[in-house]
Design a protein around this ligand. Sequence first.
Ligand code: 6R9
Length: 646
Amino acid sequence: MYPKELHPVTDQVRESAHLDEAGYQAMYRASIEQPEQFWAEQAERFLTWEHPWHTVSDCDFRQGQAAWFIGGKLNVSVNCIDRHLSSRGEQTAIIWEGDEPTDDARISYRELHEKVCRLANVLKSRGVKKGDRVCLYMPMVPEAAYAMLACARIGAVHSVVFGGFSPDAVRDRILDADCQTVITADYGVRGGKPVPLKANVDKALAKCPNVHSVITVRRTGETIDWDTTRDLWYHEAIEQVSADCAPEPMDSEDPLFILYTSGSTGKPKGVLHTTGGYLLSAAMTHHYVFDYKPGEIYWCTADVGWITGHSYIVYGPLCNGATTLMFEGVPTYPDASRCWQVVDKHQVNIFYTAPTAIRALMAKGNEFVTSCQRSSLRLLGTVGEPINPEAWEWYYHVVGDSRCPVVDTWWQTETGAIMITPLPGATDLKPGSATRPFFGVEPALMDPDGKELQGAASGNLVLKRSWPSQIRTVYGDHQRLVDTYFSAYPGLYFTGDGARRDEDGYYWITGRVDDVLNVSGHRIGTAEVESALVLHDSVAEAAVVGCPHDIKGQAIYAYVMPMHDVEPSDALISELKAFVAEQVGGFAKPEFIQWTPGLPKTRSGKIMRRILRKIAEDELESLGDTSTLADPAVVEELIAHRLNRA
Ligand code: 6R9
């Protein structure tokens, strides 16, 4: 089923890497056998503490409780900026590449310090204090990083909401975290098209009475509405405050940020990360997985609205004093060679992206790649979804000229940092496998009855012990944390993913085993799309499943039962798609909407999603047991009118 081709570590990569196989084995063993000592050493090495901790960790998976470096004090912005100033103040911290190829900028660590201090002072001047939540709804501009670090500097908790979310989704997230301050931009620009961020915020705030300040970055200068009691321009406000701001000393367990992610229910979860443990895991994985060396140019193409942008555009790289590239645009604008043009222009050494982007570029043909040199590239990475071996081989051979190791990194918003991954100097690569656990990570596979599987096996992926960047709580709902992650297998963290472990102990992530879809690397709960659909007046009931998609990995397939007096039509289908985009965001739009007079249910009234999935996948041979159906005729009707036929 899986290709046998192995890509062994080459001598050249091994010799220049931070760790070889023996080094990985020794550190992994230490991290499992003497965890206290191991993590104490790493925390000393990667972070600068204002006050030492007294206890390395205190964790209890049964309560969903974790605390790391207890009693320690540090400030994340000091670790990401101030401590680099004496040695590399003039080094570029952020290379910004705009949507248009002619638009770019370089920000040194010294400039970063000034920008972050000024914005921190603006926040203070608006009354923002330690512990307050600040919503960031930003395009991919350096000010997004300034805003995150400015919050960290004063101990405010940021909640970044991806710029592709609709006003309603922004509103829900502002209310859930009770954010009283919002930082946004007039517009974002992606692929030559403007995104009306400030107008979206204005709409969202109609129902958020507690928001007293909106700080707006001027990106395009196009006209926007203005509320003089609430709104202030970023560029004006930062001129009126000091360029120095004393960092707030933070407890290792003080919250750093909330980031909303999709789960199995309709309500997004506010994943809460804290200070010391999160920063350590982000920095340490950035160092070892990307094998980062001083002076290198590192580019992660994610958006700061997702966890990958948090950990691997901002916190990990800046904590390590790296040069991190931030890209405002899309890989296909002005054309499909943009990424490789950017690689050549800025001499990028390390490139980290998502399988969906790789597949989309692969479909455009090799010319777009081979027309660029790419000689600076040394390492490639992927994240966000399983990568199919064909895309892996293309990435390796065509993009990387069969010279650059590919690190397929498995992790989640909840894990905060990379958990299962190759290390370039240590791990022989198998296309499609995330390979082996990072330090301190102890994965296991479980069968449905709660028994741990040994040796080569397939099952549900769990983690057996805490790690420093573990999710601390679901904001405002700790019980939901316990129910979601720590109840399926008491004493273990359940990832929601399925995986296979092969004879060599390598892990192959097969995808979600819960009702979470992964569309182009975006996590979407089927329940979120269903709740949006049933809000529409014409819809009586809806069920949403995923089906395979060549580029996106998965696409959304919705079965919709219209209200009794509604005539199904193509126009209504377009309307429903637009309605979902409006409710959730454009990325959550269903690919297929099939009308149905009813949904297949068990006699106890549960929707039989397994059957709906099989029909959407056009896998009719394996429909499975339909004997528990209340009305088997519905299934025949659905099969007859299915949309996703080969
Ligand atoms: C970092 C991130 C998490 C889910 C995760 C899994 C999928 C991520 C993967 C992968 C296979 C990989 N996933 N990396 N699947 N191979 N290398 O993506 O976080 O948005 O929370 O998504 O993404 O299903 O559970 P998040």
